[in-house]
Design a protein around this ligand. Structure first.
Ligand code: NAD
Length: 382
């Protein structure tokens, strides 16, 4: 089986889907790996590193994609890339088909099997494949580093001949995987940390990291059976803001990462709440792509409003390209191992992971609701 690793095409993307470490293990299993020349340089992996790991390096994207049985990618492909894939090939990536509707229609029309990694269930079996968790870990860590860099003061408490410096105060809103990593990183840098989430289960995790938990108990019934947060109604959202407001006015840094599955992110910080913050304080909004947790966030931009620096980067994991790629690559290796037996990719639709992740197969977009959203009839064509 030939596995292709194309260079990522999204502007600013520095990660690569497979690292030399993983390639070495795949080639030891007699899988062939081919890399688009320079695909790893953003993450500091040279073509020679890949050659030493047993991969071959290809300069022609046409040949790379046209010959591949399996394509390992991070972001969704462009339509031009899909046109180069051969019928019956398998693509593994973060697809988000509603955002990449045209590419998804083409993937179905060309008979490509697409495994969308964002659909992996959050179960213990799928944990080793869970790219959302690994990349959120990178993003949560990086958010704190970005905030520390923009903050005009120290993070840790310092006792010096020039006087005592109080530790920075950090508030984290939304403590899923990214938020929890932000709490841990801010603690390691010596900040005093508070965190808010509507899920009561987050309390124990936050407290185990030496941070203070605010919220939770007053938002009963805020969690789905799968452990995701539900959307708050107007009254509950007002209540959440009332809990957050007094903390927010005293902190130096606020990291926000409150997300809802397939919905706009909740606005937890209004413009008026930003006005109440300390001058020089910093908000890093990790929910920018989903509309932002702060009303004043401009997705993908840094701005200063009412003396507060508001930072929104849309691909923070890519700002840590070496380790983010390593983690993604190990997840990818486990996904390949899950679907590939004896050099053949097998799709058993009785299996939950297969049912959830395989979006296009044998010329069809499989899920009826997605077919409707993409305005496709059964048969895969518009
Ligand atoms: P996410 O990115 O979907 O959301 C981030 C956080 O925002 C969540 O903690 C959520 O509760 C919170 N949130 C949503 N609306 C909010 C609001 N109005 N106010 C405050 N906070 C709000 O979360 P995630 O990182 O994908 O994790 C989602 C769940 O899945 C968590 O329970 C997590 O522990 C669980 N999980 C399980 C596994 C596993 O078992 N394999 C792996 C990863 C995550």
């Amino acid at each position: 089986m030939i596995i292709a690793v194309p260079a990522e095409t999204l502007a600013g993307e520095r990660r690569v889907a497979l690292t030399p470490e993983t390639v070495r293990r795949l080639t030891a299993k007699k899988l062939q790996v081919r890399l688009q020349s320079s695909a790893g340089v953003g993450a500091w992996f040279s073509d020679d590193d890949y050659r030493r790991a047993g991969a071959s390096v290809e300069t022609s994207v046409e040949r790379l994609l046209g010959d591949a049985d399996l394509i390992a990618k991070i972001g969704a492909p462009t339509v031009a890339e899909v046109e180069r894939l051969r019928r019956g090939a398998t693509l593994i990536c973060l697809l988000y088909p509603r955002t990449h509707a045209e590419a998804t229609r083409w993937l179905a029309a060309r008979g490509v099997t697409t495994i969308a990694l964002e659909n992996l269930p959050r179960t213990s079996v799928a944990q080793a494949m869970d790219v959302l968790s690994s990349q959120s870990t990178a993003a949560g860590y990086r958010a704190v580093i970005v905030a520390a860099n923009a903050l005009p003061k120290f993070f840790p408490m310092l006792m010096t001949p020039a006087g005592t410096i109080a530790p920075a105060r950090v508030l984290v809103l939304g403590v899923g995987v990214a938020g929890l990593q932000a709490v841990a990183t801010a603690r390691r840098l010596g900040a005093a940390v508070e965190a808010f989430d509507v899920r009561a289960a987050a309390k124990e995790e936050v407290e185990s990291l030496g941070a203070k938990f605010i919220g939770g108990a007053m938002f009963a019934d805020s969690e789905t059976a799968e452990g995701y947060a539900r959307e708050l109604d107007h009254v509950a959202l007002q209540r959440a803001r009332a809990v957050i407001r007094p903390s927010l006015s005293g902190v130096d840094v606020c990291i926000t990462s409150a997300l809802l599955l397939d919905q706009r992110a909740p606005i937890l910080i209004t413009g008026e709440m930003v006005q109440g913050m300390r001058p020089g304080s910093v908000i890093v909004d990790l929910a920018g792509e989903q509309g932002g947790n702060c009303e004043l966030t401009e997705a993908g931009r840094d701005s200063v409003r009412h003396g507060v620096t508001i930072i929104s980067r849309l691909n923070l994991a890519s700002e840590l390209p070496l380790d983010a790629s390593r983690m993604y690559s190990r997840n990818m290796e486990n996904v390949i191992g899950y679907f590939c037996r004896d050099d053949i990719l097998r799709f058993d639709f009785r299996d939950e992971i297969t049912r959830r992740c395989v979006v296009t197969h044998q010329g069809e977009v499989l899920a009826e609701d997605l077919r409707q959203a993409l305005e496709l009839k059964a048969g895969g064509r518009p």
